[in-house]
Design a protein around this ligand. Structure first.
Ligand code: ZN
Length: 98
């Protein structure tokens, strides 16, 4: 099929087949796509946030936490920290999530 024909028959809303999208007799079923990696990363980030909700500032060692930012504790838990997940424990000695 020529490109212009494909483009003409494409639904402007979803780029699916326009004839199919335009058919009121057609049933549509919802589906979901699950990404356990994304779920695990979101859960880890939420736990990190929860762990430091009451004392969000640290001194750079990640060992001393306080409620308010100061010269001695200038770093917020979210600053400079990226939490992701991997199939292998890349740093088993870093027990940062307790
Ligand atoms: Zn459509």
């Amino acid at each position: 099929m020529a490109r212009w024909q494909r483009k003409r028959s494409a639904c402007p809303s979803c780029t699916g087949d326009r004839a199919e999208c335009n058919d009121p007799e057609h049933d549509w079923y919802a589906y979901r796509i699950v990404c356990y990696r994304t779920m695990a990363a979101a859960a880890a980030n939420a736990k990190w946030e929860r762990l430091h909700a009451d004392a969000p500032y640290h001194d750079g060692t990640f060992n001393s936490w306080v409620e308010k930012r100061s010269d001695a504790h200038p770093f917020h838990f979210s600053e400079g920290v990226t939490i992701g997940v991997s199939r292998h424990d890349m740093n088993p000695d870093d027990n940062f999530l307790g």
